[in-house]
Design a protein around this ligand. Sequence first.
Ligand code: SF4
Ligand code: SF4
Length: 323
Amino acid sequence: MGKKIKKENLKKLFEDISKEYKVIAPVKREDDYVLMEVKDFSQVALDYPTTVLPPKKFLLPYKDTIFAFDGGEFKETIPEEKIAFFGLHLCDVNAIGRLDLVFWNDPYYRARRDKMLVVGISCKPSESCFCKSTGANVLTNACDLYLKAEGDSYVGFSMTEKGRKLLSQLYFGPETVEEREVRVEYEEKIPLDIYKIGKRILEDYNNPIWEETAKKCLACTNCTLVCPLCYCYDVIDETFVVPNEGQRVRCWDSCLLLSFARVAGGHNFRKDLKARYRNVYTHKFKTFVDEFGVPSCVGCGRCVTFCPADIDLRENLSKLGGV
Ligand code: SF4
Ligand code: SF4
């Protein structure tokens, strides 16, 4: 059940949320859209295609201090900030839901997640979107409040207690709207049967697609950086100029890099880019599905849009026989 809110009243909703949270919203930056802290509603771009970096930028920051040390004393660095995402598309909302499956017991992730508010909003799927194929086009409780566009209004659907509290405010109208399931519907350019593909990846281990892709791929890692569900990381100790002071940081890494699977003694389990590329797909569409029942991909299309070598993950998946 949802409640209507007029577009002009979104500002009140935003301001209400801003009283309690640091608000992160999509903002236009030259030709792109980025997720960043917003203090004034006029900065928010609600009608956007996709942002360059996904919400993981705030949940699992590029460089996250996991503890600091000072003269032999350890200092806890559990984050305390309260973040609200304002205006995430369903793919990104569901990416958060899928990150929860992996990081729920991680104290740094969990501290941010427990205090977080997620407000989703309708989107207009682009050519590179395929959230339907990944099951990420459906509203889930990873979202506290979802705003579905309807003419000159939105219908707000609450999925959690935090969402219900917002929905009870006066800027939402009294009339209610019935909807059994909220989902984004559209025709995908390359519809895929992700679960069938997942099974085929290991059955067809030597499919020529890996070699063909490795020949084109620059190993730039753009695709894994922009992916809302790529979370490979490295852990580094940093020492400062001041003696005995420093910190341990968790920072983004990519399994597409040559160094990622290199172990002590110099052996590398995935020396060839072909093996590294196949590993990305195996993890996303086979082993993650085996473990959690969903793929580690929400079909946001970022890897397609931002690949400088024009490698299209959907085309590769369809060649593996998943159409
Ligand atoms: S693999 Fe590509 S389409 Fe899937 S979630 Fe990651 S960036 Fe988006
Ligand atoms: S963005 Fe494209 S070229 Fe760069 S690593 Fe990914 S697939 Fe390769």
